[in-house]
Design a protein around this ligand. Structure first.
Ligand SMILES: NC(=O)C1=CN([C@@H]2O[C@H](COP(=O)(O)OP(=O)(O)OC[C@H]3O[C@@H](n4cnc5c(N)ncnc54)[C@H](O)[C@@H]3O)[C@@H](O)[C@H]2O)C=CC1
Ligand SMILES: O=C(O)CCC(=O)C(=O)O
Length: 424
């Protein structure tokens, strides 16, 4: 295989993690493995320079990206991340995980992802809006409702999606609601989208826990990340009778062996934008989090969190990957040796993109569904996909991650093969 000149060869990078996951699935793909190099290359990657006039009158330049990893099964789909660590390597990996995820749950999409290297918390609302609008115009040449449909990810939300939709619409001369998902509900957004990713983590977790004989009621749950994904997953587990005993975010790690009150913490988080200072739990050391007594662990922050060393320390029976790419391949091996089940990101956190798909369909039809209908359809898609992957893992005697990759890669590579590659 040709080496990609733009991807760091650092073995701990997100792209390197993804490539190792692809290497692991290749032996299971039979004659389709002939096409697998298509997954080792992004189809298209755009780097944009975003000049921004700051509130104090100075000019700063930000680097933005949109990567379309694979479009064999449909338009690109994937979120937009605003974070100080965003770079091309990370966005490539995130876009590739979208390709696998959309195929694993059988949505008619390829994979894409975007981002801007910035600290959204250090920008005023006006700066954030100008940054978003300029970024949208710059990537406007490759996005569109039939080409590539962005959505929220870390550091972005429905307000950012509204600005993206408005900018794309202004540049097109007509309102195009279907260009992004995760919009506010009164602007063509879908009921249930905001909570969908956390809800999907709970649905897949509940299904796997039942099959593995791990009771959810009374389970001790630890969560890393208390944003969109982590907070909703924690709330649903707590509602199902589990005890959320430890939570870590960027500001602090807190613990309460009797269970943290989710309603109180949510109110605190909404007011303070972080868990630091919450009076209903004890502040503990950052690394002590990984030694907490727990039955279920939900990483719901960033990639590269579960290292080999942390995998050796974790006391849980089940890991539910709310985040994208939280586990290094060598940590996967340690968890497997220790009989800790990992529900991989590409299926566990697919509830968000599933409801994004519903949003896109509703925008196309200009006909909107009730929240009950959305949640019921999402529950069915996620549960069926999870059960399919579970059976594949039993059949092939492999991990749930490799099983999800087998299911997804067969769909993607079959599409690639049937489409053919000529004329170029
Ligand atoms: N928002 C969505 O619909 C989807 C998000 N995801 C993934 O879920 C993860 C979380 O995304 P969101 O909840 O949307 O983001 P968010 O921006 O709402 O929340 C991120 C959370 O991670 C915490 N965090 C950041 N750095 C940390 C660190 N070094 N240590 C501990 N905690 C840290 C933040 O404090 C915050 O609580 C990401 O990996 C994202 O790609 C996956 C599928 C869909
Ligand atoms: O809702 C979407 O379209 C994409 C969400 C996303 O970025 C993800 O699943 O990682």
């Amino acid at each position: 295989m040709e080496k990609l000149s733009y991807a760091s060869e650092n073995g701990t990078s997100a792209w390197s993690t993804y490539l190792q996951q692809i290497d692991r699935v290749a032996p299971y793909l039979g004659e389709l493995a002939r096409w697998i190099d298509t997954l080792r290359h992004p189809k298209r990657a755009l780097i944009v320079d975003i000049p921004l006039q700051m509130d104090d009158g100075s000019i700063r330049h930000f680097e933005g990206y949109r990567v379309q990893h694979n479009l064999s099964r449909g338009p690109g789909k994937g979120g937009v991340r605003y974070h100080p660590n965003v770079d091309l390597n990370e966005v490539m990996a995130l876009s590739a995980w979208m390709t696998i995820k959309c195929a694993a749950v059988n949505l008619p999409y390829g994979g894409a992802k975007g981002g801007i290297r910035c600290d959204p918390f250090a920008l005023s609302e006006g700066e954030l809006e100008r940054l978003t609008r300029r970024y949208t115009s710059e990537i406007g040449i490759i996005i569109g409702p039939q080409k590539d449909i962005p959505a929220p990810d870390v550091g972005t939300n429905s307000k950012v999606m509204a600005w993206m939709m408005d900018t794309y619409s202004m540049n097109s001369g007509t309102t195009v609601t279907g260009v992004v998902t995760g919009k506010p509900v009164h602007l063509g957004g879908s009921l249930g989208r905001e909570k969908a990713t956390g809800r999907g983590v709970f649905i897949t977790g509940r299904e796997v826990a039942r099959r593995a004989g791990i009771p959810v009621e009374g389970a001790r749950v630890a969560v890393q990340g208390f944003g969109n994904v982590g907070s909703e997953a924690a709330r649903l587990f707590s509602e199902a009778g589990a005890f959320v005993v430890a939570i870590q975010d960027h500001s602090a790690t807190i613990a309460n062996p009797d269970g943290i009150n989710m309603a109180e913490l949510t109110r605190w988080q909404q007011e303070h934008k972080q868990i630091l200072g919450f009076p209903g739990a004890q502040k503990i050391d950052e690394e002590a989090f990984w030694r907490s007594e727990m039955d279920i662990f939900i990483p719901a922050a960033l990639e590269g969190q579960i290292t080999r060393e942390r995998a050796e320390r974790l006391s849980c029976k089940l890991v539910l990957e709310g985040a994208n790419g939280p586990t290094y391949p060598e940590a996967d091996d340690v968890l497997a040796e220790r009989n800790i089940i990992v529900v991989p990101d590409v299926i566990c956190n697919a509830g968000g993109v599933t409801v994004s798909y519903f949003e896109w369909v509703q925008d196309m039809a200009s006909f909107f569904w009730s929240e009950e209908e959305i949640n019921a359809r999402m529950d069915k898609i996620m549960t069926d996909a999870m059960v399919h992957v579970w059976h594949k893992a039993e059949e092939k005697a492999c991990s749930l991650r490799t099983a999800a990759y087998i299911v997804a890669c067969e769909r993607i590579l079959m599409a690639r093969k049937e489409r053919g590659i000529y004329p170029g």
